[in-house]
Design a binder for this molecule. Structure first.
Ligand SMILES: [Zn+2]
Length: 236
């Protein structure tokens, strides 16, 4: 169905889908395809336009919110862009008679497998590689930052949690979400400093944040950046 164009008061022109229905009022909804307008069969175009203009701020807000939250899922195939330590890397998938170990060279991660066309196989190979790298990378950082706080390096495990980036148990074990490996180094450092600070303060009191600040002064910005980055990190 052809789409209609609408220029909003903010200057942005959007396309919307107009569906005439046997109804009395105008209904608006935002879908994955954008704005859909359900309008009565007998309404003049200028009347419709007037009403849409009255609803412009609602439309702008909803489209904006949708844009922010909608991060396309990763396509597990050749040519996709992945994030590694805050840098884009190219996913390079090739068919190969042998099932090879993933290999990072320059700015691409090479996956070679007889099952290169199987997205689930590519996904498994990439995530396994990320987990292995995460363990090494996080382990090094944990050691350095623990020394800075003057505590013994705690045992590290990876987590696969959907809602949290790190945790510290009462026994002093630190768990970090492997997906953090996609984030810029300062974000990873912040999460590690946060968990290490729990070795001194098992709460989120002012005293706790003072310990965090002693390790990572700009923690407020990092916390905000991590929140903004979360939908992106959860693509993987
Ligand atoms: Zn905490």
């Amino acid at each position: 169905m052809a789409k209609q164009a609408l220029t909003l008061p903010n200057g942005e022109t959007i396309l919307y889908q107009l569906e005439r229905r046997p109804r009395r009022t105008i209904g608006l909804k935002i879908t994955d395809d954008g704005l859909v307008v359900h309008a009565p069969k007998r309404i003049f175009e200028f009347q419709l336009h007037q009403i849409l203009m009255q609803k412009a701020s609602w439309i702008i807000d909803k489209l904006e919110a949708r844009r922010k939250n909608s991060v396309p899922p990763i396509a597990w195939q050749d040519g996709e862009t992945l994030q590694l330590l805050g840098n884009p890397i190219l996913l390079n998938v090739t068919l190969d008679a042998k099932n090879k170990q993933p290999e990072l060279s320059q700015n691409s991660l090479k996956i070679a497998s007889p099952e290169a066309n199987n997205h689930a196989v590519v996904r498994r190979k990439v995530t396994q590689w990320y987990k292995k790298q995460a363990m090494q990378d996080f382990g090094r950082r944990l050691e350095i930052l623990a020394a800075k706080l003057d505590v013994k390096t705690p045992p590290l495990a990876l987590s696969n949690a959907q809602s949290r980036w790190g945790s510290c148990s009462s026994r002093g074990d630190v768990r970090l979400n492997w997906r953090l490996l996609q984030a810029p180094p300062q974000i990873i450092n912040y999460v590690i400093c946060h968990e290490l600070a729990h070795l001194k303060e098992m709460n989120h009191s002012a005293r706790f944040w003072a310990v965090v600040a002693s390790l990572f002064p700009d923690y407020k910005k990092a916390e905000k950046d991590l929140k903004a980055l979360s939908p992106q990190l959860h693509r993987m």
